[in-house]
Design a protein around this ligand. Structure first.
Ligand code: BEZ
Ligand code: FE
Length: 289
C-alpha cells in the first residue's frame, strides 16, 4: 500500500479489532482470535482483495459448510488440501527417536470395525488384489508391544471406501491385536490410487487451480496401546504413480514401503490365490507424552 494515510487507516482498523478481544476470559481463545484477525487482515491487505473476490470467498465457504453431512466433512477436506492438516499433525506429533511417523487421518475411519484374528482377511469381499501385510509393534526401547490395537482401513480397487457405497456394507476395514511377540499379520488389498471426494466446492477449487484430487496409494493404520502415543498413519506403495503429488501432502519417505508382487508363488498361509502382494510394516510407538 503506497498511500501512507490509507495504510494507517487500515492498520487502525486491525488494531481496533484485535483489541476488541482483549477482555476474553479464556486466554487461549483470545490469542487465537487476535492472531487469526491479524493474519486474515494481512492477507486481505496484501491481496488488495476486491469486494467481488470477498463475496466469492464467502460463497465458497458457505457451499463448503452446506456440503457437510454426517458422513461428509468438506471443511476437513479443505484443511487437508491446504496442507493444514499435515502441518497440525506434524506440530503435535514431533519426531521421537525412531517412532513411526504420523500422517493425515482422512474422513473414512469408522469406529467399531469388525475384529479379525491374526492372518484374517480385512477385505471382507472388497474388490482388489490380495495383499499379505505383516509386521511388529515395538516401543522406542525396542520392546514388543503386546496387545496393541491395530485398526486398518483402505479403499477398494475402484477407489471407493465401503461408506461411499449406497448399501450398508462393511468391507476393507477391521481391527486386530498384536500377538505375544508384538507381531501382526493379515490379508488386505494391494492399495491403488484414488481421488478424494471432488464433487463439491473443494474439488471445484482444485480443478480451478489445476490440481489433481488423487491420493497416493495407501493403507491406513491407527495403533493404540496403553502407555504409548496414539499413532495415526498410512503406508504408501513404493513406485506409486501419484507418490509425492498426493493431494493432501500426506506422503513421508519413511512410510513408503515395498509391496512385492507375487505370481504363482504359494502364500504364507496356504491361501489359494495366484497373484498377490506382500508388505512388511514394522511399527514403533512413541511413549505417551
Ligand atoms: C483418505 O486417505 O482417506 C483421505 C485423506 C484426506 C482426504 C480425503 C481422503
Ligand atoms: Fe485413504
Amino acid at each position: 500500500m503506497s498511500d501512507p494515510v490509507q495504510a494507517e487507516r487500515e492498520q487502525m482498523l486491525v488494531d481496533t479489532v484485535v483489541r476488541s478481544f482483549d477482555g476474553a476470559p479464556d486466554d487461549r481463545l483470545k490469542q487465537v482470535m487476535q492472531t487469526v484477525t491479524r493474519h486474515v487482515h494481512a492477507a486481505a491487505r496484501e491481496l488488495r482483495l476486491t469486494e467481488t473476490e470477498w463475496n466469492t470467498m464467502i460463497d465458497f465457504l458457505t457451499r463448503t459448510g452446506q456440503t457437510c453431512t454426517d458422513t461428509r466433512q468438506e471443511f476437513i477436506l479443505l484443511s487437508d488440501v491446504l496442507g493444514l492438516s499435515m502441518q497440525v499433525i506434524g506440530m503435535n506429533n514431533p519426531p521421537v527417536a525412531d517412532a513411526t511417523e504420523a500422517t493425515v487421518f482422512g474422513p473414512f475411519f469408522v469406529d467399531g470395525a469388525p475384529a479379525i484374528q491374526q492372518g484374517g482377511d480385512m477385505s471382507f469381499g472388497a474388490a482388489g488384489e490380495p495383499c499379505w501385510v505383516r509386521g511388529t509393534v515395538r516401543g522406542t526401547d525396542g520392546r514388543p508391544v503386546v496387545g496393541a490395537r491395530i485398526e486398518v482401513w483402505e479403499a477398494d480397487e475402484d477407489g471407493l471406501y465401503d461408506v461411499q457405497y449406497d448399501d450398508d456394507r462393511t468391507a476393507a476395514r477391521a481391527h486386530l491385536f498384536s500377538d505375544d511377540n508384538g507381531a501382526f499379520r493379515f490379508w488386505g488389498l494391494t492399495p491403488t490410487p484414488y481421488p478424494i471426494p471432488h464433487d463439491g466446492p473443494v474439488g471445484s477449487m482444485l480443478a480451478a487451480v489445476g490440481r489433481s484430487p488423487m491420493r497416493a496409494s495407501h493403507l491406513h493404520f491407527m495403533v493404540t496401546a496403553d502407555g504409548y502415543r496414539r499413532l495415526v498413519t498410512h503406508i504408501f506403495v513404493d513406485g506409486d504413480e501419484i507418490g509425492w503429488k498426493d493431494a493432501v501432502f500426506g506422503v513421508k519417505e519413511s512410510l513408503i514401503k515395498q509391496f512385492v508382487r507375487r505370481e504363482g508363488v504359494p502364500t504364507p498361509d496356504g491361501r489359494a490365490v495366484s497373484t498377490w502382494s506382500e508388505v512388511t510394516f514394522d511399527i514403533v510407538l512413541a511413549p505417551s507424552p
